[in-house]
Design a protein around this ligand. Sequence first.
Ligand SMILES: Nc1ncnc2c1ncn2[C@@H]1O[C@H](COP(=O)(O)OP(=O)(O)OP(=O)(O)O)[C@@H](O)[C@H]1O
Length: 359
Amino acid sequence: MSDPVLQVDGLEVHFPAGRGGGRGRGSSDVVRAVDGISFAIERGTTLGLVGESGCGKSTTGLAILRLVEPTGGRVQFDGTDLSTLGRGELRRWRRRAAMVFQDPYASLDPRRSIGEAIGEALDIHELHQGKQARPQRIAELLERVGLHPDTAGRYPHEFSGGQRQRVGIARALAVEPEFLVCDEPIAALDVSIQAQVLNLLADLQAELGLTYLFIAHDLAAVQHVSDRIAVMYLGRIVEEGDRRQVITRPQHPYTRALLSAVPVPDPVRERARRRVSLAGDVPSPMDPPSGCRFRTRCPEVFEACGRVDPDLQAVGSDGDRDGHRAACLLHGEVGQPVERSDHPDADQREAGLDDALSI
Ligand SMILES: Nc1ncnc2c1ncn2[C@@H]1O[C@H](COP(=O)(O)OP(=O)(O)OP(=O)(O)O)[C@@H](O)[C@H]1O
């Protein structure tokens, strides 16, 4: 990677389990929300982080911003180890990085106009404080996200879901960040509005050179916006690579299962395509399965998976094609054939990807 602006190495966030918090026999007293993950994001690009609810995506984003404290590993931005930041430096870091949430309504005070909500972000960081400069900057931010500057005096309930998400983005932009964690920014929106918000984020990235960590629970959303994709399961990254490679040549059975849920554009192929349904829920992060964490739901599970915990992040670092860094190589380790063929729907997925990119 030529210019990784964000470098995450072995990041760990373990929470103390709540008293009596549903602990079963054999479970520990910590919630292993994020359990040793590594990735890097090149400046001005997007890494899509995808996985089912509860796998640790939001905690990863919060830990990078130091809104929750990591319990292990290292996060570096522009070469600075974020764990070493003192109070003042942490404040400056929170200007360089911001978060866009799934539900901006939840973070907007219904009694304050959206101009005030955006102004608050300026006030916290003492930006554009002049009598004229402040309203001018608020108007600029509203325009930048496609809202009329006159809307500054309106209240959150007067806006549609898509408009509210634009306000959420304007508020994040108020601190003039270089890096945005977008945590499920389109999950709560109507499908018809989702593409507009994705396009807005893409335009802002191109104009302002922003770097994104884009979090979503389904691959359909991340495949449109990401340069690289990391797939997360139960606190770990099971696969990470160039977007096109992950979509067309998924290596891990979990990635294949997630992909099989993404519709393909051709209706005939759509009807015929192979779907992989995963049994059951994600196990508790207080008591992850022994061996491979995915084995309890893996359609390709076999005996050794209960014994060996594959270090998926280390696999392929010797230069697997196009920088794929993870795969279920457990099969290889115990002499089983390793599946390396293209996904049966690969050509359709490429077509869908190209369609999506020209929206
Ligand atoms: N402050 C906390 N204390 C204890 N456990 C927590 C805390 N925050 C998150 N968790 C647990 O950590 C795990 C990962 O949560 P996280 O919100 O990061 O997952 P996620 O993939 O973002 O899911 P979702 O999309 O539902 O938010 C979950 O089991 C969650 O219950």
